[in-house]
Design a binder for this molecule. Structure first.
Ligand code: UDP
Ligand code: MN
Length: 474
């Protein structure tokens, strides 16, 4: 069946849903700092044109201390003479950063529901009704639309395939990722256009009942400029009694850009610092895995989070383990989900060599390398032998070609598929790591630091003896 057919069938499905005539009203909050004129105006007009006026209480623009000339008087005049009175503008007197700018927007808003948008979006047809309907049904549901891509060169709107979309995940390094909707959730939600639970959200575009936004702790106002607030809100909402859902019938386009068109005062790594605040507050002991990737942040000056911890106690939020077990069960926990983990070393002869990703890009398949063992457990040398026999890193698993040409073959890291097969390994008492399908052994052979690691025929050689730092108790 062609994707065009699917696309139309989802559209029809969405259009045939009944939305109540008395839905809560919405304040749409659009924050910006030095946004270009046309995307900002496009965002505003798409909301005006595509939201039923009876539900659109207001649009609150928050100017986070822009200095682009056209965002000054020209914008004031445009709002005064060209836009309806429901469009309001709040000008911040100093740079707040996106977190505190959104907080200002929320304070000013009076609608029943807050809908936050970035300043380079296009709301699509029928985008608002499904959000308001779901919040009417469940006031503690925090909602995200499907975010379509607007090309950052042509500004063209790419309407995604109707049925297929992804939800939010995270990496232990504290970054947002897109992940597939797991099978259990596909069953649970019933319809492909039903509210779909998402472990995390991208952050810029979401809807939340106004009072619930404040009840559940709004934002951490100790976070600066950009980054980390989306995972903070995701973990907070889930563990403190709410839900986070993608609403497939609501679609909003967003210009994804590869750079930030604004400054970071003091050149701070605000994403890292904000994420450390998040990890300290919400991740319990699992913050250890974040610090494997960001050891320097452990002692960085991310400030005081005692107020946020009090909030967490006051709301009696559940543990991060509960979140992992119940909301994101497919997330691989580097140590807990493993029979062995840590550096994977061959240490019979000097120098000790360890598995090391050699800083290779882990988004696409790559060969696993070897490097002199570090004297601490760095993320580049962190390996796990998972409970289902994967020799892996966070998302990439070791495999070797099943056609075996020569005596040795390189070890390829590919996305983990969870179906054993070519990604299954086991450990022997002598420290051999054997690839099950081919029956070959990991071999240091004659390799040196910076070389790729290989497998070869199993022998009793010391070059085939590997040791992990840690082994799970049997
Ligand atoms: N923003 C802001 N103040 C800042 C940084 C960002 O008001 O200090 C606004 C920005 O104009 C945008 C939104 O916050 O509307 C999200 O930022 P951005 O789009 O750069 O984040 P991305 O979508 O790239 O993650
Ligand atoms: Mn954006």
């Amino acid at each position: 069946m062609s994707s065009i057919f699917l696309f139309f069938s989802e559209l029809v499905r969405c259009k045939s849903i009944h939305y109540d005539s008395d839905l809560p009203t919405a304040s749409v909050i659009i924050i910006f700092t030095n946004e270009a004129w046309t995307p900002l105006i496009r965002t505003i007009w798409s909301v005006l044109n595509r939201s039923p006026r009876r539900f659109l209480k207001e649009i609150v623009l928050v100017d986070d201390f822009s200095d682009r000339a056209e965002l000054g008087e020209k914008l004031d005049l445009y709002i005064k003479y060209r836009l309806p009175p429901l469009v309001k503008l709040v000008r911040l007197k100093e740079r707040h950063g996106l977190i505190r700018a959104r907080l200002q927007g929320a304070k000013t808003s009076t609608g029943d529901v807050l809908i936050f948008l970035d300043s380079h979006c296009e709301a699509n047809q029928l985008w608002m009704e499904p959000l308001l309907q779901r919040i009417k049904e469940s006031r503690s549901a925090v909602l995200v639309p499907i975010i379509d891509v607007i090309d950052d060169n042509t500004l063209e709107y790419y309407h995604g395939n109707g049925r297929y979309f992804q939800v939010g995940g995270f990496t232990w390094s504290g970054h947002f990722t897109w992940i597939e909707v797991n099978e259990e959730e596909q069953r649970r939600r019933g319809s492909p256009v039903g509210p779909t639970r998402s472990p995390t959200m991208a952050g810029g575009l979401f809807a939340v009942e106004r009072n619930y936004f404040w009840e559940v702790g709004s934002y951490d106002d100790g976070m600066d400029v950009w980054g980390g607030e989306n995972l903070e809100m995701s973990f907070r909402v889930w563990t403190c009694g709410g839900t986070l859902e993608t609403i497939p019938c609501s679609r909003v386009g967003h210009i994804f850009r590869s750079f930030h068109p604004y400054t970071f005062p003091g050149n701070k790594d605000t994403h890292g610092l904000n994420t450390a605040r998040m990890a300290e507050t919400w991740m319990d002991d699992y913050k250890r895995l974040f610090y494997v990737y960001r050891p320097e942040l452990q002692t960085a000056e991310w400030g005081d989070v005692s107020g946020r911890k009090e909030l967490r106690n006051r709301l009696r939020c559940r543990s991060f383990k509960w979140y992992l077990d119940n909301i994101y069960p497919q997330k691989f926990i580097l140590d807990e989900d493993s029979v062995a983990f840590g550096r994977l070393r061959n240490n019979v002869s000097q120098p000790h060599l360890c598995f090391d990703n050699l800083q290779r890009n882990e988004k696409t398949p790559y060969n696993m390398g070897l490097y002199n063992c570090h004297n601490f457990l760095s993320s580049s040398q962190y390996m796990s032998l998972s409970k289902n026999g994967e020799l892996r890193r966070e998302e990439m698993c070791a495999e070797i070609p099943t056609y075996f040409s020569g005596n040795t073959e390189k070890v390829r890291m590919s996305r983990c598929h969870g179906r054993r097969g070519n990604q299954e390994w086991y450990l022997t008492q002598q420290g051999q790591l054997i690839h099950k399908v081919t029956n070959k052994c990991l071999d240091r052979a004659d390799k040196q630091s910076m070389d790729d690691v290989v497998v070869s025929d199993c022998t009793n050689s010391w070059t085939q003896q590997w040791w992990f730092d840690h082994y799970a108790p049997l």
